[in-house]
Each structure stands twice: as structure tokens, then as C-alpha cells.
Design a protein around this ligand. Structure first.
Ligand code: TAP
Length: 475
């Protein structure tokens, strides 16, 4: 095939892939079109990968095949073994892998350029004197390595393998600034002395250290924001590598990931009422032991049974479910749908109050409820449901804790202080379904459980919902 024709086919295919990525992202913005959007993105990626394999500079397919095989085996193992509840760690790790791939590819291209230039070949000589190429390579190394080390630390914190508490030390900000200045200086060396590859690996090492220093002072409660931010960084690293390789589709895909990641970060910051600067440099999110569980709960907890809750629901007009992480753990969502249908048959209004950070990943509750075909119209956001909460007869909190904890609203010294919550305590009565009085992700007691209008229905979420359905049917 003539080179010009091959190039046109490649570029047109890349354009098609980019259009599919953009339309796919647009589709993901709404649950109804999300599956189609996902498929469009996947088809776009397939086109991009297949077309890239026609690149005439590929000298052998063996390593590509081994890489694909290795990646696929690892991917399948992750997909099969990782629990739904450990998704944030896995997403975090995958962001890190994106950073790793970016800086390794950029490093390999820089090395190849150096070898070719040393042999006096024109391609190498052109590249090592092209500032655009060299700056992109340095950026790829810098952002890619920060993404890798920062994501690994965030994942280890979420997994509980290293302390979730912020690790603070004296002169912390100064140390971070010095390492940052060091990485900038090393980036300049990479650009000025491209024939000496060691500068590139020094840069990668220093940026890796910066990633660790940036994440260790951040508390576990803020990790969702950090993961979203590194998602954005992984896209930026890929876009920089796209410039290194002069591959348009990688530049576009990387920029899309970078931009959508930063939008997600902003949404998460808003949901937790935090500024990004505060998350990154404030070092809050610590588990403050200022509120003791005994003080909050002693003598004030009233437990209930499925029969009692069924009777309360029989008399209710408006019921709101507040799902949380425990619903996901218990896989109670199918029973929630059955209960909703039963109540709706009796003419009751049933809605779902969805907190943006309920569960362990953005959209966690929406996905679980959508899988049960619960209509999207019934899912109400925090700002929408809170003003009418006092009009709710029964609020059923199913495996949620932090997102309904009044301390976030009423106290200044907890890891979730300032985070908007679903004001279930304003409902006429509240039923909380969970197994014990254990705290949620933020590790603090919840005064909601001790309120006069709260009844605790202790048990596994699924079992409790099954019992509730049976009791309601038996009325
Ligand atoms: P949490 O505050 O984590 O509380 C979940 C509750 O579920 C626990 O108190 C637990 O109590 C209960 N539970 C666990 N397994 C259960 C089961 N089998 N049956 C019934 N209950 C069960 O959850 P939330 O209210 O959804 O808040 C989410 C928290 O995670 C927030 O702090 C948020 O910042 C954080 N976070 C969110 C994300 C995203 S993006 N959504 C990512 C990472 C972290 P028992 O043990 O007593 O049953």
C-alpha cells in the first residue's frame, strides 16, 4: 500500500475513533444512554488499537502480543477477584498503570532517539533537537511518575495496608516545594541534554518521590478526591506521550481523560465541600477521636424488628430510601426493588436519596439501582430531597452512615465536617439498617442512631430487607 494512502487511512480512522470517544463520553452523562456511550468508547478504542497495529514502524509483533496477553491475564484476574467494594483501590491502581505506561513509552522513545542520533541517523538527530518532543518527553516522565507513585499510595491507604491517617512531619511543605523544584530542574536537564538518558530516570525517580510526598499527608476520607485527580493526571501523561509519539488519537484520548478527570475531581470536592488546595495541602481528613461512641450512644439506642418497620411503612405516605456502602456489601438492592414495588402497589410514594459520595466510587448507588431497573426519576440528589425531608414519613437508611451523619453538619472537628449530608434526621421517623453500631468510612460515631425519631434495625442489609418484605406481605 502506498505510504500516502496508508497515512490517510490511519488519520481518518483516528478521527473516527476520536469522534466515537467524544460521543461515548456524552452518552455516559446520562444513565439511559450510558451503556450505548460505553460501547461507543470501546469501539473507538478498538479502531484506534487495530489501526495503530498497521503502523509501518512496527518491526515485530511478538512483544506486542506478549504484552497484550500479560495485560489481559492480569485484567481478568483483577476483574474476577476484586470485590465490588474494593473498586476504588483498583481504579486507583489502574490510573497508576496508565502513568507507568506513559513514562516507560516516553523513556523508550527518548532512548531510541539518542541511539539513532549517536549513529548520526537523521531521524534521531531531528528528534534530539526538537524542543516540542523533548518537553513532551519530560512532561510524560514527570506526570507519569507522579501518577504512578501517588496512585499506589492512595490504593494502599484505601486497602488499609498503610495507615489511612495523614502522615505529617515538620517542614512538610518546604520538603514538598524543594522536591518540586528538583523535578523542574531535572526536566530542564532532560530537555537540554537529551543524549544523556540518566537525567530522564532521575526525573522519574524525583517525580515518583513527589507523588508519595503529595499523598501521604492526605487522610483516608479524602482519598476519593485524590483518586479522581490521579485519573485526570493519567490522562495528561498519556496526552504528553501522544505528543512524544506524534499520535493524534493518544493526544485526544489523553486530553479527554484529563479533562473529564478534573471535572470529576471538582464534583467530588463540591460533594465533600472541600477545595482541592485544601485536600492537597491541608492534610485534613484525619480521624479525630474527639467524639466518643459511648457518649453518643449510651442508653439512647432503640432497636426494632421487621414487623414493626412493616407496620410503620403500612401507615406511611411518603418513604425515602437512603442507600449507602452497606447496601452494596450486602447486595440488598434487588430486595429494595421488591419492597419498592410492594409499597407502590399500595399507592405510596417511594424515592431514593442519593449522596454523591455514597458507597465507594462515584455513581456507585446509581449503578446498583439502575441494574435493578429502578427508574432514574425516583433517584433524587441531595439538594433536591433535603428541602422536603420534613415531609417524609419514613426514611430507610440502608447501609449508609457518613452521608447521613449530622456531625458533618454540626461539628467542626471531624474528618467529614463541612460535607453536605442527606438530612434524614429531619424526617418524621428514621429506620437505620446495619449490622452494628460500627462507624462508616470516616471512623466516627453517628448521633443519628441515638435520635428520638430513629429506630435501629440491626442485621445484614439483604437479610433485613428480605424479612421486611415478608413482614410487609404478611400484614
Ligand atoms: P459508610 O459511611 O462507609 O458506612 C457504611 C455502613 O454500612 C457501615 O457503617 C456498616 O455498618 C454498614 N454495612 C456494611 N456492611 C453491611 C451489610 N452487609 N449490611 C448492612 N450494613 C452494612 O458508607 P456511606 O454512608 O455510603 O458513605 C460513604 C463513605 O465512603 C464516605 O465517607 C465517603 O467519603 C467515602 N468514600 C466514598 C467514595 C465514593 S467516590 N463514593 C470513595 C471512597 C470513600 P455495620 O458494619 O454496622 O454493618
Amino acid at each position: 500500500m502506498p505510504d500516502a494512502l496508508r497515512e490517510s487511512i490511519v488519520n481518518l480512522s483516528y478521527l473516527l475513533a476520536a469522534i466515537l470517544f467524544i460521543l461515548g463520553l456524552k452518552g455516559l452523562a446520562h444513565p439511559k444512554s450510558a451503556v450505548r456511550g460505553n460501547l461507543m468508547g470501546a469501539v473507538g478504542m478498538l479502531i484506534a488499537v487495530v489501526v495503530t497495529l498497521f503502523n509501518k514502524e512496527i518491526i515485530g509483533y511478538e512483544y506486542i502480543f506478549i504484552g497484550v496477553l500479560l495485560g489481559s491475564v492480569l485484567g481478568v484476574i483483577f476483574a474476577v477477584t476484586v470485590k465490588m467494594t474494593a473498586m476504588p483501590q483498583m481504579v486507583g491502581l489502574f490510573n497508576g498503570f496508565g502513568g507507568l505506561a506513559s513514562f516507560l513509552v516516553a523513556g523508550a522513545v527518548l532512548q531510541e532517539a539518542g541511539v539513532l542520533a549517536a549513529a548520526g541517523l537523521p531521524k534521531g538527530l531531528t528528534l534530539v533537537s526538537d524542543y516540542r518532543f523533548l518537553v513532551a518527553t519530560a512532561l510524560s516522565g514527570l506526570i507519569g511518575a507522579i501518577t504512578l507513585s501517588g496512585s499506589v499510595i492512595a490504593s494502599l491507604k484505601l486497602q488499609g495496608w498503610i495507615t489511612e491517617k495523614p502522615v505529617r512531619y515538620s517542614l512538610e511543605q518546604i520538603v514538598k516545594i524543594l522536591v518540586l523544584l528538583g523535578t523542574i530542574a531535572l526536566s530542564v536537564f532532560v530537555v537540554m541534554q537529551p543524549m544523556d538518558l540518566s537525567w530522564y530516570w532521575y526525573l522519574v525517580a524525583a517525580a515518583g518521590l513527589l507523588g508519595i510526598l503529595l499523598v501521604i499527608p492526605i487522610g483516608g476520607a479524602d482519598m476519593p478526591i485524590v483518586i479522581a485527580l490521579f485519573n485526570s493526571y493519567s490522562g495528561l501523561a498519556a496526552a504528553a506521550t501522544g505528543f512524544v509519539l506524534e499520535n493524534t488519537v493518544l493526544i485526544i484520548a489523553g486530553s479527554l481523560v484529563g479533562a473529564s478527570g478534573i471535572i470529576l475531581t471538582q464534583i467530588m470536592c463540591k460533594a465533600m465541600n472541600r477545595s482541592l488546595a485544601n485536600v492537597l495541602f491541608g492534610g485534613v481528613g484525619a480521624v479525630v477521636e474527639s467524639v466518643s461512641a459511648d457518649d453518643v450512644y449510651e442508653g439512647k439506642i432503640k432497636s426494632t424488628s421487621a414487623e414493626e418497620v412493616a407496620m410503620m411503612l403500612e401507615g406511611a405516605r411518603r418513604v425515602v430510601f437512603v442507600p449507602g456502602y452497606g447496601m452494596a456489601v450486602a447486595r440488598a438492592q434487588s430486595m429494595v426493588r421488591t419492597m419498592t414495588e410492594l409499597m407502590e402497589e399500595d399507592g405510596k410514594s417511594v424515592e431514593f436519596a442519593i449522596h454523591p459520595v455514597a458507597g465507594r466510587m462515584p455513581g456507585h448507588m446509581n449503578v446498583l439501582l439502575a441494574e435493578e431497573n429502578i427508574s432514574y426519576d425516583k433517584l433524587k440528589e441531595l439538594d433536591h430531597i433535603n428541602p422536603t425531608m420534613s415531609d417524609v414519613d419514613v426514611a430507610i437508611v440502608l447501609g449508609a452512615n457518613d452521608v447521613v451523619n449530622p456531625l458533618a453538619r454540626d461539628s467542626d472537628d471531624t474528618p467529614i465536617s463541612g460535607m453536605p449530608i442527606i438530612n434524614v434526621d429531619k424526617a418524621r421517623s428514621v429506620v437505620v439498617i446495619k449490622r452494628s453500631l460500627s462507624p462508616g468510612f470516616a471512623g466516627i460515631p453517628n448521633p443519628l442512631f441515638a435520635n428520638d425519631n430513629t429506630l435501629m434495625f440491626f442485621g445484614d442489609g439483604r437479610k433485613a430487607m428480605e424479612d421486611l418484605v415478608t413482614a410487609y406481605k404478611d400484614l
